[in-house]
Design a binder for this molecule. Structure first.
Ligand SMILES: CC(C)(COP(=O)(O)OP(=O)(O)OC[C@H]1O[C@@H](n2cnc3c(N)ncnc32)[C@H](O)[C@@H]1OP(=O)(O)O)[C@@H](O)C(=O)NCCC(=O)NCCS
Length: 188
């Protein structure tokens, strides 16, 4: 299966909105897309107004993944969001979208830090973020249900080949397996 990974363009809003109509899970907790079509459209418009740098994964004309780097209050930092439609999870696409997004944030936006919040029960997301070099901002306690994670970007001492995002330039064509390696769990 061929999947194209590229920066999102203004014209992509409608196809991206269509992906979210059937996307699960929605807004159960922070970091997930809004629950209604109207709120989703507003959210997508706001991302543009807020100057988020966005990326899409597409098969043909259908958007099946979406990520964004939202500028934070501090210059050089951005909050990351990432969403793969449930029909395409567990095949390595989330990781490739994440690494492509981080590569762009590092090399094009010169970000020094990327951060996000994730629910501790969201195994797929936690594994995906950890494998791309994210670490908890503070150690998780037994009652922690939402974790802030961060990753250095535009590193002062570039690790070159050792950085998982080093070669993930955009745009690119990804070839992925038809069958998932992981069955999606409840939160993913
Ligand atoms: C989180 C999400 C983007 C991951 O995308 P994905 O395409 O399913 O993940 P991948 O197949 O690329 O896997 C990435 C890593 O996580 C691991 N992983 C994926 N699903 C897993 C699961 N259910 N259980 C354990 N590990 C899992 C993979 O082994 C892989 O690790 P590796 O690179 O070390 O081999 C996707 O599940 C998603 O959109 N979830 C709903 C929205 C969401 O939770 N977004 C994040 C909000 S903070």
């Amino acid at each position: 299966m061929d999947v194209f990974l590229r920066r999102m363009q203004p014209d992509d809003i409608n196809q991206t909105w269509l992906m979210y109509l059937s996307f699960e899970p929605k807004g159960e907790f922070q970091g997930l897309p809004p629950v209604t079509p109207e709120l989703t459209r507003e959210w997508l418009r706001k991302l543009v107004l807020d100057n988020a740098t966005q990326f899409v994964l597409e098969i043909g004309e259908r958007v099946i993944g979406h990520s964004m780097l939202c500028p934070g209050a501090t210059l050089g930092e951005a909050e990351l969001g990432i969403f793969i439609h449930q029909g395409y999870r567990g095949r390595g696409l989330g990781k490739r979208l994440l690494l492509g997004t981080l590569h762009y944030g590092c090399k094009q936006l010169a970000l020094s830090r990327v951060w996000l919040s994730v629910q501790t029960g969201n195994t797929a997301a936690l594994e995906c973020f950890k494998s791309a070099g994210f670490c908890p901002v503070e150690p998780a306690g037994p009652l922690t249900w939402e974790l802030d994670m961060q990753r250095p970007s535009h590193c002062e001492h570039c690790r070159g080949d050792e950085c998982p995002a080093f070669r993930e330039t955009l745009p690119r064509l990804l070839v992925i397996a038809h069958h998932p390696r992981h069955k999606p769990d409840r939160l993913s």
